[in-house]
Design a protein around this ligand. Structure first.
Ligand code: PMV
Length: 328
């Protein structure tokens, strides 16, 4: 009754922003991401009749009550899905600098969905795994797959048609993502809260929804034809639109800090010098820069001159869910 699974984080190039159902985590729009090789979570789950409660060890230490409660309520869904009542011991090792503000919920819930179902002897297809991962954290449904993946929002109320599908495998196109670590104060507003406020109060939200379908079509053409400039332009424009919806919310908010904007400006300077670099930003201050392998070093050299840059992590396209023998 034990299994270990490894899942990588992903960066959305067309963002998921807004839910139509909070409980099942059903999104308002399709989104598209690239799974990254550098950041991942490995999780071991062991179900045991003898346990009186779920236990959760995170990076070698007992998790906080609030973290444990989140994991336990997710395991309730898995227990209900599998028709069992046993508690589980969960051990998770995160190769994502979480404290630095890089999101780990995508790799975390994708690994937990895979390890817990496998531990219960279920042999699930990727679509079902993606549906289950989605119910932990929306973006996790895309981390089931490697390379580029699209989360189809679906239309059913039960969420049975809301899952990710692979668009291009990780070996087909070597694009790079530089994750730029900036000053990392604790997030003022979780993505969950931020989306909710935006959907409920921002007059710009309808504009976001209007634009996103065309941007998805555009980015899928860019991927199919390996047109990097087209990919970068649409990804950057999509990120800016998502952040614009927040400025229109009531009360207004933003995840950007002055360092965020300094890096955005630097990327623009790089482009003015003929280097193909584009940025994208999630629900936090850090910036991810999309580039091609031949430009990676030049971009690093420029960024290292900026005093607010605390670290640069180079990422390549990464794999989907993998099962392992044991925790590393
Ligand atoms: O899955 P969550 O709740 O962590 O939300 C992710 C939201 C964004 O990172 C901003 C966009 C995305 O599609 O990943």
């Amino acid at each position: 009754m034990k299994a270990v699974a490894k899942a990588h984080t992903n960066i959305a190039l067309i963002k998921y922003w807004g839910k139509r159902n909070d409980e099942l985590i059903l999104p308002m729009n399709n989104s598209l991401s690239l799974t990254l090789d550098h950041f991942y979570t490995t999780t071991e789950v062991q179900f045991d009749e003898a346990l009186q409660t779920d236990t959760f060890i995170f990076n070698g230490e007992t998790a906080s009550d609030s973290e444990s409660a989140k994991i336990s309520s997710y395991l309730d869904r898995i227990r209900q899905f599998a028709g069992v009542q046993m508690y589980a011991a969960v051990r998770s090792v995160n190769h994502v600098p979480t404290s630095a503000g890089f999101a780990s919920s995508a790799s975390g819930f994708a690994a937990l969905a895979a390890a817990s179902t496998k531990a219960l002897g279920l042999d699930l297809d990727r679509k079902t795994l993606s549906i289950l991962a989605r119910q932990g954290s929306g973006s996790a449904c895309r981390s089931v797959f490697g390379g580029f993946a699209e989360w189809e929002k679906g239309s059913r109320t039960d969420g049975s048609d809301s899952y990710a599908v692979p668009i291009m495998s990780k070996t087909e196109w070597d694009v790079r993502v530089l994750s730029v670590l900036l000053e990392s104060n604790e997030k003022p507003i979780s993505s969950r809260k931020g989306m909710k406020r935006t959907v409920e109060t921002s007059p710009f939200y309808s504009g976001w929804l209007e634009a996103v379908d065309h941007e998805l079509k555009e980015i899928k053409t860019a991927i199919r034809t390996k047109d990097f400039e087209r990919l970068g332009k649409v990804a950057e424009a999509n990120a800016l639109k998502m952040h614009a919806t927040m400025l229109g919310s009531h009360p207004p908010f933003t995840y950007w800090q002055s360092s965020t904007m300094a890096v955005m400006e630097e990327v623009q300077h790089l482009r003015d010098k003929g280097i193909q670099a584009y940025y994208t930003i999630d629900a936090g201050p850090n910036v991810k820069i999309l580039c091609l392998p031949e430009d990676e070093q030049k971009i690093r050299d420029e960024l290292e001159n900026l005093e607010m840059v605390k670290g640069i992590y180079g990422c390549r396209p990464g794999p989907g869910i993998e099962y392992k023998e044991k925790l590393p």
